[in-house]
Ligand binder design. Structure first.
Ligand SMILES: [Zn+2]
Length: 174
């Protein structure tokens, strides 16, 4: 990513109201959006066991997601380290359950039904060029988890009951 150096920000914990708010579309070329994207990436890099973050998690109600699943054992596709503005799920297929956690929900994980093959479109903050990401396996799960954050949804909102929750030893977003 060709972004300026950002400043890590605090990751908000549920039930902060911004985490249940629908985030606003952004102009990916606007300087304040580029700065927000850089801060989101800097925060993600500070959270070694977290593979993705969405801007509402750092207190910004903007449609920006950051992810990097390269080190996750359940990853297959790997788009690299990316921040995407106004991401949109263009295609989704091959649904399956898989374990998720969230940096905003300490200590819990659950099995969540997600598509395991997706196509996501959006724009890169900065020059604003269009991107299309084909993702599968854990990267597809991670991206869908971040897209939910932009719509004010947490993974717990997709879990049918408390019995499907598990205590986690490690924090690992998505
Ligand atoms: Zn999350």
């Amino acid at each position: 990513m060709n972004l300026p150096r950002g400043t890590p920000r605090e990751v908000l914990a549920a039930p902060h109201p911004i985490l249940s708010t629908v985030a606003e579309p952004v102009d990916p070329t606007a300087p304040e959006v580029v700065a927000a994207a850089a801060d989101l990436l800097a925060t993600l890099r500070e959270e070694p066991s977290t593979t993705g973050l969405a801007a509402p998690q750092i207190g910004l109600s903007l449609r920006l997601i950051a992810f990097d699943v390269g080190l996750h054992p359940r990853s297959r596709s790997w788009a690299g380290e990316l921040v995407v503005a106004n991401p949109r799920l263009a295609r989704a297929s091959h649904w399956d359950h898989g374990r998720e956690g969230c940096a905003s929900i300490a200590g819990l994980s659950a099995d969540v039904l997600r598509a395991t093959r997706i196509t996501v479109t959006g724009h890169l903050p900065g020059a604003g060029e269009a991107v299309t990401i084909e993702a599968d396996a854990f990267e597809a799960r991670c991206i869908q988890h971040q897209l939910d954050h932009l719509d004010g949804l947490l993974f717990l909102d997709r879990v049918p009951g408390a019995l499907s929750l598990h205590r986690r030893l490690h924090r690992c977003d998505a």
